[in-house]
Design a protein around this ligand. Sequence first.
Ligand code: SF4
Length: 463
Amino acid sequence: MTSLATRSCPSKATVFDPSLDDLREKVASGQRLSLADGERLFATRDVWSVLQMAHDVRTRLHADAAYYNINRHLNYSNVCALSCKFCEFYAKQGDAKAYVRDLAYVRDQARQAVESGATEMHMVGGLHPTLGFSYYTDLVSAIREEAAAAGSDLHVKAFTAVEIVHLARIAKVYKGASIAGDEGRALRREGIRHVLTKLKEAGLGSLPGGGAEVFDDRIHDEAFKGKIRSDVWLDVHRCAHELGLNTNATLLYGHIETRRDRLIHMDMLRKAQDEALARLGYAGVASTETSSQKPGTQGHLGYTPGSRADVITLTRPGTPLPEHVVFGQGKSAAPGGYYQTIIPLPFIPDGCDLEHLPGPGGAENYRTLAIARLMLDNFPHVKAFWIMQTLPMAQVMLQSGADDMDGTVVWYDITHVGAASTHQEVTTGTLQRLIREAGFRPVERDTLYRPIVRDGKRWSVAT
Ligand code: SF4
């Protein structure tokens, strides 16, 4: 594999930024970067050095492996009580394009997924105002039952945090929304935990990372009004982790937020991951930093300024990845409970209420993904989500910090690039070829990042 460092880059001589040397040293030794460090990475003209540092980190964690999976996407309904400005997916009840999938449809989709060799069903939808809670547990059970009947397994990764809160509301267990402070929070968490427990019993395997957008209340209220704010989003994921469910996280960037807002978002996520990894037994080092939360946002995650939890990084040479800690040495059960992947998502303006905004360009996409790899030092994986980044961009992102290309994906309705069809799919062969072409070794994984051994449509986790 040709590393960025050895490439002939005519512009590098003119943009090489020696003032980043202290950051190069911090990255090489796996030290946590501060928000100020992140701002320098955004400000420098030397994008190549930023990509190189991120590439070094991903190589330290994953060598030449680049992960992908065989998956199917299912949107159970596009009917939504909310009308987020950036969303071109939702419909209102009675609209011509409104739909709700019944169990027969879902079972058929699960069968087709198994027949295609999929290991994962990724399922999300709108916040339907009238469906009862049992509809959702039935959805999950139906998928698992169909897969089992076909002699296989299908991991159900489903329901973003805002959907989980919606389900807690319709299950009438979401109390305390109007009660401030710890008392209200404890009541809300009780409802969230109840819903997650029921879904887990039905067969839910993990949560996707959607709906995080960018953790800033001002931006949230302007662009995502009605959706849950960051404190609740993080609480849902923390409850999932405590129940042994792994989750992912997204960052939707390139709309009305600032680069500093992105960094704060990353910082809040890595603090949440510090807690999750501590529960798995990772030892931290005391942080000398003061809190980086904005004034007025104190209270997220229970941190208060100057009293941060210990810092736990995975980027120090020799640190085991959580999947190896959880599944290593003959362990088959997943006590789980941590963030697996950060998925930076570029804002795509087409067709939504914010379409007057230009959206991020290619250089900004690379830089943001690389900085996510560098700042989120305790996230094992960074995904180049090809559906939104495009396949050619995702290929190069494998050399800019990403180690995962996501999956073969059939149907993706939530958003799509330009005039692309909502039916998006690549074959396994294409993904493997693109990964090799980018200089990496394709590794098929399951949802929990365990390598897969495959015999045609049949698969098992490698031992
Ligand atoms: S983003 Fe989600 S919550 Fe917002 S309108 Fe679209 S489907 Fe509804």
